[in-house]
Write a protein that binds this ligand. Structure first.
Ligand code: BGC
Length: 744
């Protein structure tokens, strides 16, 4: 209050208007700026003026907004009105690992480093809104965009997204969390209407967004392309007004996905603040000055001038945009950022090595120094993966390919490395005018490729197969879903042939999704390598040769077949990909391990939370701080973790909760706490984790409240969802219930 008075009087007596005085409170600056703006100026700042920018108010010296994708690196600059490259020579970046890999670190400190680093790159490039991170839940492994998200679990996603956002925003760059909400498939993404029950919406699909807003303090959010209950996300009053701006008290700007707006009245009244990417390119599509014809441009202005729509909604939108500008571009205290720094490459490599998951190891890894000859097989060993996949495609300053990383490390140890292609997948390497410059053409047919690879395999001590998916259409890519759960390009046949030719075959798959593994029993080791960006080759080599001890854990279930996922269990097309425009989430809360742990544990190759190490850990008996809990404060769980092997390593302690008896069907178990801890060989560390009342709650749609029923619960402690080492009984002694809005 004192500050506000000082600011007001300072403004009265000084020539500096309040909105320009950054020692004044932002709210005062926002209302001062708004009070000076004309209707046309308010309209101007709530929609795009180019592919990625919106104007400020030139007359008042208020700058505009520059957005950039996101979420794995800073996208190269495109032309004003087109997706084609601007041809800049200073817009190469560091590619950080995909968000699936970040989630697989199970280490919020890695999220903080990631957010800070990518925020610095955005800031240096003078972008003030980063279009990311993505927190949509992995409902189906066919979703082409899962690689941009953080897995199948709402709790893991929530814990990992918060530090990312804070790290980005420390730089005076807004994180724009996407794609709010229920954007869980790419097929038919702009039209699909999601029908989901309220409980599932709140328990599975919203927590990542809620944490981003209420804990991460995200300054922006991106409603997606899909519909929910008949209305597009950008025009959805339930999602935007009731939940986001009502229950969660979001004070930032809701920025449409590119081209996701369809109707002026709805979008004006239902809570969207900014419109980007509508049907025009500003040039030859639509009419001249087409940005003026955006739904939130002249058509909206006319409805206000005619008195059909109220000025109050426009004032709210313009205020939110002004707040976004004050928090970013008009924050004179923000740092300057940095681009392609050594620290960013180090961060990328550290996150990558912490996120790579060792799935299986028959004592063949790490690769022994005595190894004579390694054969590397597979297209993904030589293919740049940072180009492609849609809007997250990048123009990198450098990308170490897996084969090069392996060669460099092997040669320093005197180990020979040979290479065979094994399969030809997609030889193209271009996205929006960025080209890899690689010529990956190979005229051999599949039989010849397999024959050549297996012949060479017989001659090697170890075979490292590097394959998986890629960033082409119908793989891990925006705009389309996968068509098949199996690996493409005959890789299953190739891997089997390699394993037959050489029992020391190690499979390293680079994907953003789970896939079938019909060869898993035949291979000596398997690694889930994700898409890991600029430092891919170095990170993979660090793990293979044991310079880094793996500690990643799966952020989603690797089931045996597609029908082992609830959304596909009955091959019901109304559940996926949808019929007549609707997709019905009939499986409800049974997403990922919530389904497989209860009904199909034997149908899982690698469970949620699984990941091996080169050392071994033993988890001692866990203890609970009290056998009863009434909801006040928190409960503490302590578990002794011993490194029983010979090298340093980190283990992720995972705490799941089970409601033993409840009036409604609860998940068999739900992740509610986790902690990654380093433990030296021979040492035991007591790891403590805590749970508060939210760990025991379900969302009751009849009251719209989070509800805890008293009675018996179990606390399950382990190092994977399928490896529980302690089960602790707990009695909840009092009923509890609360609304999201009460937690603000
Ligand atoms: C994507 C968004 C992206 C935007 C801008 C859209 O097609 O869905 O994630 O941020 O384009 O490139």
């Amino acid at each position: 209050m004192i500050l506000a008075l000082l600011c007001s009087s300072a403004a009265t007596h000084a020539s500096t208007p309040i909105y320009l005085n950054d020692s004044c409170a932002i709210e005062e600056r926002v209302s001062d700026a708004l009070s000076r703006m004309t209707t046309a100026e308010k309209i101007a700042i709530i929609h795009a003026q180019s592919k990625f920018s919106s104007p400020g108010v030139q007359r008042l010296g208020i700058p505009g907004i520059w957005c950039t994708d996101g979420p794995h690196g800073i996208r190269p600059d495109v032309l004003w009105d087109e997706w084609d490259q601007a041809g800049a020579t200073n817009d190469s970046c560091v590619a950080f690992p995909a968000l699936t890999c970040l989630a697989a670190t199970w280490n919020p400190e890695m999220s903080a480093i990631y957010g800070r680093s990518i925020g610095e790159e955005a800031r240096y490039r003078n972008k003030n809104v980063l279009l990311g991170p993505g927190v949509n839940i992995n409902r189906t492994p066919l979703n082409g965009r899962n690689f941009e998200y953080m897995g199948e679990d709402p709790y893991l996603t929530s814990r990992m997204v918060v530090p990312y956002i804070k790290g980005v925003q420390e730089n005076g760059v807004a994180a724009c969390v996407k794609h709010y909400a229920l954007n869980n498939q790419e097929q038919n993404r702009t039209r699909v209407n999601v029908l989901v029950d309220d409980r599932t919406l709140h328990e599975i699909y919203l927590p990542g967004f809620k944490a981003a807003v209420t804990e991460g303090g995200a300054w922006a959010i991106m409603p997606g392309y899909n519909k929910y209950n008949g209305d597009h996300a950008c025009e959805n009053a339930t999602l935007l007004l009731d939940i986001l701006k009502g229950d969660w008290q979001f004070d930032g700007a809701a920025i449409s996905d590119w081209g996701a707006v369809h109707n002026t009245e709805k979008v004006a009244q239902n809570g969207l603040d900014m419109e980007f990417g509508s049907w025009t390119n500003g040039l030859d599509w639509g009419t001249s000055n087409a940005y003026d014809n955006y739904y939130l441009a002249k058509p909206y202005q006319q409805l206000i001038v005619d008195g059909i729509l109220p000025m109050s909604d426009l004032d709210d939108k313009a205020s939110r945009v002004l707040r976004l500008i004050m928090r970013t571009e008009m924050n004179r205290n923000r740092p300057y950022g940095s681009l392609n720094s050594d620290a960013h490459y180090e961060a990328a490599r550290k996150i990558a090595t912490e996120g790579i998951v060792l799935l299986k190891n028959n004592n063949i890894l790490p690769i022994a120094r005595t190894t004579g000859k390694i054969l590397v097989v597979g297209e993904n060993a030589i293919k740049m993966m940072t180009v492609g996949g849609g809007s997250s495609s990048l123009k990198v300053q450098r990308e170490i390919l897996p084969l090069d990383g392996i060669r460099a490390k092997a040669s320093s140890r005197g180990i020979d490395v040979a290479y065979q292609r094994g399969y030809v997948g997609d030889v193209t390497g271009e996205y929006n005018g960025v080209t890899t410059g690689q010529d990956l053409n190979d005229s051999r047919n599949a039989e010849q490729l397999i024959a050549d690879a297996t012949t060479a395999a017989k001659d090697a001590d170890i075979v490292i197969f590097i394959g998986g998916l890629n960033k082409s259409g119908h793989q891990d890519s925006e705009g389309s879903d996968r068509k098949d759960f199996n690996l493409p390009y005959d890789q299953d046949r190739l891997i089997k042939a390699l394993a037959e030719a050489n029992p020391n075959t190690i499979v390293v798959n680079l994907t953003g999704n789970a896939y079938a593994m019909p060869w898993i029993d035949n291979v000596a080791a398997a690694i889930q390598g994700w898409y890991i960006g600029s430092e891919a080759g170095n990170a993979i080599a660090d793990i293979l040769f044991g310079d880094v001890n793996p500690s990643g854990k799966l952020p989603f279930t690797f089931a045996r077949s597609l029908t082992d996922y609830a959304a596909h269990a009955t091959s019901d097309s109304t559940m996926y990909p949808g019929t007549n425009g609707d997709v019905i989430y009939k499986e409800g809360i049974d997403v990922g391990y919530r389904y497989t742990d209860r009904l199909k544990p034997s149908r899982v190759n690698f469970a949620f939370g699984h990941g091996l190490s080169y050392t071994t850990f033993s988890l001692g008996k866990a203890r609970l701080s009290a056998p009863d809990f009434d909801g006040n404060g928190s409960l503490t769980i302590t578990v002794p973790v011993t490194n029983t092997g010979h090298i340093d390593g980190s283990e992720v302690i995972q705490v799941y909760v089970r409601d033993v008896k409840s009036t409604i069907r609860r998940p068999y178990k739900e992740l509610k706490a986790f902690r990654k801890v380093p433990v030296a060989p021979g040492q035991t560390t007591d790891v403590t984790l805590s749970l508060d009342k939210s760990a025991f709650a379900f969302y009751d749609p009849s009251t719209a409240m989070w509800t805890v029923e008293p009675g018996k619960f179990e606390i399950l402690v382990g190092n994977a969802s399928d490896n529980i080492t302690s089960t602790l009984p707990l009695n909840i002694s009092a009923p509890m219930s609360w609304k999201d809005s009460e937690l603000q």
